[in-house]
Design a protein around this ligand. Structure first.
Ligand code: GUN
Length: 284
């Protein structure tokens, strides 16, 4: 029997519907949620991501502003742009698209974003609060995965979740969010010896390693929930995930497709975080 598909497009649309309602309510109170997206240089993938983010904002009535800056901009000049955005009342969320050019220190840039506007949840203060279980903006991709599990009726408490990948953006925070919901969490990565011996234990397997079709049948336990965070191109230049879908289909109880799984959730949670930031500026 085929695995059940977790449809991120559908779940994302449902959540965007309720975020759109919040946008209407805020507008009625005189506040239009605004997101500033900062794009440095000409990375084609980053341009596509940024365009999608902007279109999604506009589709639900939010304001979005794209700040395109040249590849050669100095770190100081970039920091100055961010400080200006920190001060603006019409901008509630700031997102600096990563990666940045090599001569710019990403850590300094991210740390300059006001924690009140850090809708990516990447800044040290946001990460610290998340670790402590305090209220903050959660990083959009792992937050989106939690919503996928919740909307699919998948219980997390007591389950063994195995994460493959340890990035700041996905792997590390993903484990924290699952831990906070009482999962037992194991972190693995590309240098873990005998990876299948770990992943085979997973009730929930999160693939976030960034390698095309890396997770195959030998990695997956019968009945596991498999969440594929990867967005890669295979040798034929087709979009594919970190999971070899055809190989794992039928072994997993549930699986997210690529595209149409985790991807749409990342932008959805960015919209939700920005609306939350705007709502905080409204007097009760
Ligand atoms: N680059 C790849 N993914 C992301 C993301 O979620 N946020 C930002 N700012 N940059 C990215």
């Amino acid at each position: 029997m085929s695995s059940a598909i977790i449809n991120g497009k559908e779940i994302g649309q449902e959540i965007r519907g309720s975020v759109a309602k919040q946008v209407e309510e805020l507008k009625a109170k005189g506040v239009t949620p605004g997101l500033a997206v900062v794009l440095v240089g000409n990375n084609p993938a980053s341009k596509t991501y940024v365009t999608n983010k902007q279109k999604s904002c506009e589709a639900i009535g939010m304001y979005s502003e794209l700040i395109t800056l040249p590849e050669t901009i100095s770190e100081q000049q970039l920091l100055e742009h961010i400080r200006e955005l920190n001060e603006r009342n019409d901008i509630h969320g700031i997102l600096v698209q990563l990666p940045l050019p090599k001569h710019i220190n990403e850590d300094s840039v991210i740390a300059t974003i006001s924690p009140d506007k850090d809708v990516d949840g990447f800044a040290p203060i946001s990460v610290g609060k998340m670790m402590l279980g305090q209220e903050t903006y959660l990083p959009c991709t792992p937050y989106g995965v939690m919503k996928l599990l919740e909307h699919s009726g998948i219980e997390v408490a007591g389950k063994h979740a195995v994460i493959v990948g340890r990035s700041h953006i996905v792997g590390k925070p993903m484990g924290q969010l699952l831990l906070q919901k009482d999962a037992t969490v194991t972190y693995t990565h590309s240098k873990t010896p005998d990876l299948p011996s770990f992943t085979k234990q997973a009730d929930i397997l999160i693939a976030a390693v960034g390698r095309a079709n890396f997770i195959t049948a030998e990695h997956v336990k019968e009945g596991a929930v498999v969440i594929d965070v990867g967005i890669n191109r295979d040798e034929d230049n087709h979009l594919c995930g970190d999971v070899d879908f055809a190989a794992v289909d039928g072994i997993a109880s549930h699986i997210t497709p690529v595209p149409g799984g985790v991807g749409p959730m990342t932008i959805t949670m960015l919209l939700a975080n920005t609306v939350q930031a705007a709502a905080k500026t409204v007097q009760p």
